[in-house]
Design a protein around this ligand. Structure first.
Ligand SMILES: Nc1ncnc2c1ncn2[C@@H]1O[C@H](COP(=O)(O)OP(=O)(O)OP(=O)(O)O)[C@@H](O)[C@H]1O
Ligand SMILES: [Mg+2]
Length: 359
């Protein structure tokens, strides 16, 4: 028999003043997995986390840890008996305690009874030399590492993290995220991490739970959410997007860039054709002639450069089609800075285009 998921949440609902803030939310997290609750401000991420922690009660739904019910209509296991570790944005360390006692805080007997475990954890995050330091003597990144191992010291079955990296200097962040991830994987903890930053979710998650207005609108591996978004909003959450509109006739829509498939969409219905800026194909103009149409890229449409900017890793070029109707942004790796009004041919890679019925 396979083990039940480390954390399982079924049909969780929570309302405040008659307004559902978390609605019918279901997901599960396996041991050693990181699941990211990702969504805009106010969509219900922290509320979901508080329900799992047990500091708030759902109106309905079930929460199970290792197959054991923590919460349902008849049960409410208190937070301290859920084997859940917490790490929040303001992960305040205890200022009057040295690092050793901060890390040992959740362990019976404090540091003196748990020297080996505390030393081992400090070594794993390269903080051994700070064992006697006080929090005010540590940098932001060092404090964050102490907070992380403090949460992990009692070996919780589940670690809940609410925007744990948002207080950190941007240059520190990627390194600390990677270190954190490595430690979490080693410990085999199941992690539920809340963030509103898609980059952070892509970097950390095995599984992304994309939330909007209290509901999970899509869940899956980062690759799937990026490359097969459920709707325009989901596509636009991960990067800037270009949007063209068209009307469907015979499961196809015709545009200056050729035809696009719109399977299952009724005749006359409007659709939005969505493509990320890095997936445009750009070709130079050769005496008014563009590349021949292909199955991969459709037809080319003539456009002119409005503006080109260098962004460091890539260049961003804004185009407007020659009929003046469609503006499109393209990104190109490295330096690509054509001057304004340069005519160029644009194509949309068919394997990178998403077609959605217009809402
Ligand atoms: N105790 C409460 N009473 C009333 N409304 C609440 C309560 N807690 C949360 N809310 C409301 O529920 C909604 C979701 O809040 P939540 O804190 O879960 O959002 P979030 O997704 O974590 O947002 P952020 O990214 O800004 O932290 C918000 O509109 C908030 O005002
Ligand atoms: Mg929040």
């Amino acid at each position: 028999m396979t083990a039940p998921p480390r954390l399982e949440v079924q049909s969780l609902t929570r309302s405040f003043n008659g307004q559902a803030v978390v609605e019918n939310v279901s997901f599960s997290v396996e041991a050693g997995q990181v699941a990211c609750l990702l969504g805009p401000s106010g969509c219900g991420k922290s509320t979901t986390l508080r329900l799992v922690a047990g500091v708030d009660m759902p109106d309905s739904g079930h929460i199970l840890v290792d197959g054991k019910t923590m919460c349902d209509a008849a049960t409410h296991v208190p937070p301290e008996r859920r084997s859940v570790g917490l790490m929040f944005q303001d992960f305040a360390l205890f200022p009057h305690l040295p690092v050793s006692e901060n890390v040992a805080f959740g362990l019976k007997g404090g540091f003196s009874a748990n020297r080996d475990r505390v030393r081992e954890l400090l070594a794993r995050v390269q903080m051994s030399s700070h064992i006697d330091s006080y929090p005010h003597q540590l940098s932001g990144g060092e404090q964050q590492r102490v907070a992380l191992i403090r949460a992990l010291a009692p070996q919780p079955r589940i670690l809940l993290m609410d925007e744990p990296f948002s207080g950190l200097d941007e240059r520190l962040r990627d390194g600390i995220r990677d270190e954190t991830l490595a430690l979490l994987k080693e410990e085999g903890t199941a992690v539920l991490l809340v963030t509103h930053e898609p980059d952070e979710a892509m970097r950390m998650a095995d599984q992304i739970l994309l939330m909007r207005r209290g509901r999970i609108v899509q869940q899956g591996a980062p690759y799937n959410l990026y490359n097969a978004p459920v709707d325009r909003e989901a596509a636009g959450f991960f990067s800037d997007i270009n949007i063209l509109t068209g009307k469907v006739q015979g499961a196809l829509t015709n545009t200056p860039f050729g035809e696009f498939l719109a399977p299952g969409v009724a005749d006359g219905q409007e659709v939005e054709i969505v493509i990320r800026p890095q997936h445009l194909k750009i070709d130079f103009d050769r005496a008014g002639r563009g590349p021949a149409p292909t199955a991969e890229n459709g037809s080319a449409a003539l456009a002119r450069v409005r503006r080109a900017r260098f962004l460091g890793r890539e260049s961003l070029v804004e185009f407007i089609t020659d009929n003046g109707e469609i503006t499109l942004n393209a990104t190109v790796p490295g330096v690509f800075l054509p001057s304004a009004d340069t005519p160029m041919w644009l194509m949309l890679r068919r394997d990178r285009v998403f077609v959605f019925p217009k809402k």
